[in-house]
Ligand binder design. Structure first.
Ligand code: GLA
Length: 413
């Protein structure tokens, strides 16, 4: 029975999503993290204006994404309508408004009877909804998993994929089943990104917990399909400057979608500067599209490294409560040897050439992000660490975990 299901699942998913989108992770702004259900037409228009006027569009943020709470009832033919009170002009007018400014427009629905905010979902109406989205000029669909009928996620998400394909309009398909059925294993054939965790909150504990859940799945991210550790919380809650920089840097280097979630009409000064750091954005948008992997974890800090099309990136991340000096060894952490040029991507400064290592004093909860160029690859096998068992144990547990990691068989601590 299980075997038959697997065969059917395999046959249905291999036919593929073929929209050519997401060659690099999507960048944009989404309503949910700041506004939840308090959304309306004017907010979306003002946010579109702000994306252009405040430089976000120019920095690469192209998607204006309306999350839950826009939905009305279904008409007599089963087509979804728009909430007439909050969006009297309808979704098409909003999408047109965004398009006139050069933005792309995204919307939200759910592979269940109701959305998470208990508006109408798409289950059973996939074709009609996809058709409507295409008519409205939608460019991005986030597809959630609340109030479903208990059938396997793959089936329900493939159904919407096929409905989107049928419209002929390329629509970025963002799978949001919260990492429930290991979407990194099937998401690439179904969507352009897949949520890997439950909802992010604007707290340090939530961000740390999510980072720890990414370490064993980094290898699944690549052009056309991305791990999605949820939308950014910079500019929300009480996160410190260093915490926001760490959050943004790691999401960028993990090749996560960069979907801002603060009030973009009035961005907090720190969050705006962070979101507009073009050197960190360039790491995220690098055409090679490979994620960093964790290469060392100690009790206090992590080192994440990965290749770029024109070099290497390293994130020295202090999870601890006091400043710490972190040393990056080019050979053991990056598989690199020779003369290496180091550039600090938050200081925007070339730090010079180094032969074997580079160290940096990293503040509490902060990061140093460096780009390495020059040198050559050492010809030895150094696969990213892959900790499948942690995923299985940890997927529904929101508490940070401490784990031991070794490099090439040597225990770090
Ligand atoms: C779920 C999703 C969130 C958001 C809300 C909307 O919780 O994970 O990202 O879309 O639903 O109701």
């Amino acid at each position: 029975m299980r075997f038959t299901f697997l065969i059917i699942a395999f046959i249905t998913i291999v036919s593929g999503l073929d929209n050519g989108l997401g060659r690099t992770p999507p960048m944009g702004w989404n309503t949910w993290n700041h506004f939840q259900c308090q959304v309306n037409e004017q907010l979306l228009k003002d946010s579109a204006d702000a994306m252009i006027e405040l430089g976000f569009y120019e920095a690469g943020y192209k998607y204006l994404n309306l999350d839950d709470c826009w939905e009305g009832h279904r008409d007599e033919n089963g087509y979804i309508t728009t909430d007439p009170i909050t969006f009297p002009g309808g979704i098409k007018a909003l999408a047109d408004y965004a398009h006139e400014k050069g933005l792309l427009f995204g919307i939200y629905s759910d592979a269940g009877r109701l959305t998470c905010a208990r508006r109408l979902g798409s289950l059973g109406y996939e074709d009609k909804d996809a058709q409507r989205y295409a008519e409205w000029g939608i460019d991005f669909l986030k597809y959630d998993n609340c109030h479903n009928d208990g059938s396997p996620e793959i089936q329900r998400y493939v159904k919407m994929r096929d409905a989107l394909n049928k419209t002929g309009r390329p629509i970025f398909y963002s799978i949001c089943e919260w990492g429930k059925s290991k979407p990194f294993l099937w998401g690439r054939a179904v969507g352009n990104s897949w949520r890997t965790t439950l909802d992010i909150r604007a707290t340090w504990a939530s961000i740390i917990s999510i980072i720890q859940k990414q370490q064993m799945i980094t290898k699944y991210a690549g052009p056309g399909g991305w791990n999605d550790p949820d939308m950014l919380q910079i500019g929300n809650g009480q996160l410190t400057l260093e915490e926001q920089r760490s959050h943004f840097s790691l999401w960028a280097a993990l090749k996560a979608p960069l979907l801002l979630g603060f009030d973009i009409r009035n961005p907090p000064v720190d969050a705006k500067a962070i979101a507009l750091n073009e050197e960190i954005i360039a790491i995220n948008q690098d055409p090679l599209g490979l994620s960093v992997s964790i290469v060392q974890r100690t009790r206090f800090y992590d080192i994440w490294t990965g290749p770029l099309s024109d070099g290497y990136v390293a994130v020295l991340f202090n999870r601890g409560e006091i400043p710490v000096v972190i040393t990056l060894y080019f050979a053991s952490h990056c598989n690199l040897e020779g003369e290496i040029a180091v550039r600090d991507l938050w200081e925007h400064a070339d730090k010079g050439n180094f032969a074997t290592s580079y160290f940096s004093r990293v503040p509490k909860h902060g990061v140093t992000v460096v780009k390495l160029t020059g040198g050559s690859r050492i010809n030895k096998h150094n696969e990213p660490l892959f900790l499948q068992q942690i995923w299985d144990e940890d997927i529904v547990d929101d508490d940070p975990i401490e784990i031991d990691i070794s490099i090439n068989g040597d225990q770090i601590y």
